[in-house]
Ligand binder design. Structure first.
Ligand code: ZN
Length: 417
């Protein structure tokens, strides 16, 4: 049952520090980390060793905001801004998922590419279509990906072929909750797209479903100034975007994951922290489509939970490791242009957001400390002939210039894939 793996080992010790175990042995038993040692302990002398000498073993990444149906649009129409991008590029593609055969073709490629790029935990948006979303849940669950997948709910302000009526939307959502809530790895989550596309009736009915099934919610929160303003116009009884979901009872029942969170008011921040919710920074997406930068450093200093998202296809790269690098870059721009109250973040902080911090949503993932689920990657091929790099430097370089070709081995639930 037990195996030993030899490599340089790096994971987040805490928000500010990496734990580094050079040239060490990690013991994995029943899919979980048992311990890490510089030499093989006496009692494990006879255990077989998988040798990844020269490679760096790191935890697999978590993508907290990604749209599987938009996978086909990655790297396209990146010169549009949010409203045009939705109407001209994104909604027309999402309408095509009424065809389950089309969905299967895309979702197979999406899941394979996510795993190839080292993402083994994810919060994923589907479309309004139940059959296509069912396939995505089953496909991810079978692959062992710890995750949440949502059938999107929209009953206003979207093209005709993507609109549902509230009753139908709730009925279809409940059917998915009944069928898949007991899944081992990938489960359904409530996914009202964002406040401007949902009526109050739909949100309150989804809140009741959340209570009945003990299930959380993912949505887009204060993503743009337009969205924040629309939320106030459409829900005048609420002081901010986040309060709409609180009042509907959508924040009481499980993890709440709010994508983007770029323009929060003090009330948005207070409510998110009250429910221990996660905000998601999606660096590429906010540069390409949304045009705003999260106050990452300041929010982290206030104890806010923040993970990272590829946000395919507002973001163009499915590898969350690239977003860790981009989060550092954007925090520098934020500090430069708005020095008041903002600060740059360190690379260990960005890596922690992409692994340990966000991995907590899915159980004991995102780390290699004892007791963690062994979802891990071996990275290699990033050194220079003229100079040795430390294991921590290799991890940083991987996030900046690495590709999936640098991932030499992948383990999920303790098994190499
Ligand atoms: Zn999104």
């Amino acid at each position: 049952m037990m195996k030993l793996i030899h490599a340089d080992i790096v994971y987040s010790e805490d928000r500010a520090h990496l734990a580094v175990h050079p040239d060490s042995y990690i013991a994995v038993e029943k899919g979980k980390v048992k311990g890490i040692w510089p030499v093989i302990p006496e009692e494990y002398r006879n255990v077989s060793v998988t040798d990844h000498s020269g490679g760096v073993l790191i935890p697999a990444f978590s993508d907290l905001h990604v749209h599987a149906p938009q996978y086909l649009n990655r790297g396209l129409e990146m010169d549009l801004l949010l409203e045009d991008w939705l109407s001209k590029c994104t909604f027309p593609l999402e309408a095509k998922y009424a065809d389950p055969g089309f969905a299967k073709l895309v979702y197979d490629a999406f899941v394979d590419d996510m795993l190839a790029n080292g993402t083994m935990h994810a919060c994923v948006y589907g479309t309004i279509h139940s059959e296509a979303t069912s396939y995505l849940i089953e496909r991810m669950d079978k692959a062992g990906i710890k995750g949440f997948v949502g059938k999107i709910n929209m009953d206003r302000s979207a093209p005709e072929d993507l609109l549902e009526d509230a009753e139908e939307s709730v009925r279809e959502t409940e059917a998915l909750l009944e069928k898949y809530s007991g899944n081992k790895n990938t489960k359904p989550i409530l996914t009202p797209r964002f406040a401007p596309t949902c009526t109050g009736k739909l949100l309150y009915d989804l809140g009741n479903l959340g209570k009945k099934y003990g299930v959380g919610m993912q949505t887009h929160l204060v993503e743009s100034l337009w969205e924040a303003e629309q939320a106030r116009v459409l829900f005048p009884e609420c002081s901010c975007d986040t309060e709409i979901y609180e009042k509907a009872g959508l924040m009481d029942n499980g993890p709440v994951i709010g994508g983007h969170f770029i323009f929060p008011s003090e009330d948005d921040i207070r409510i998110m922290q009250k429910y221990d919710s996660y905000a998601v920074q999606c660096p590429d997406a906010t540069v390409s489509v949304i045009a705003g930068i999260m106050q990452t450093g300041a929010l982290l200093d206030r104890g806010m939970k923040i993970g990272l998202g590829s946000d395919i296809s507002a973001g163009h790269h499915i590898g969350v490791y690239t977003q860790a690098a981009r989060a550092v870059q954007l925090s520098k721009l934020k500090e430069f242009y708005e020095p008041e109250g903002n600060r740059k973040i360190s690379f260990p902080e960005a890596f922690w957001m992409a692994t340990k911090q966000s991995g907590d949503i899915f159980g004991a993932t995102g780390s290699l400390e004892p007791g963690s689920v062994f979802d891990a990657l071996v990275i290699d091929g990033l050194s220079d002939a003229a100079r040795d790099l430390s294991p921590a430097q290799i991890v940083e370089r991987f996030c900046y210039i690495g590709t999936k070709e640098n991932i030499k081995a992948r383990y999920i639930n303790g098994k190499q894939i």
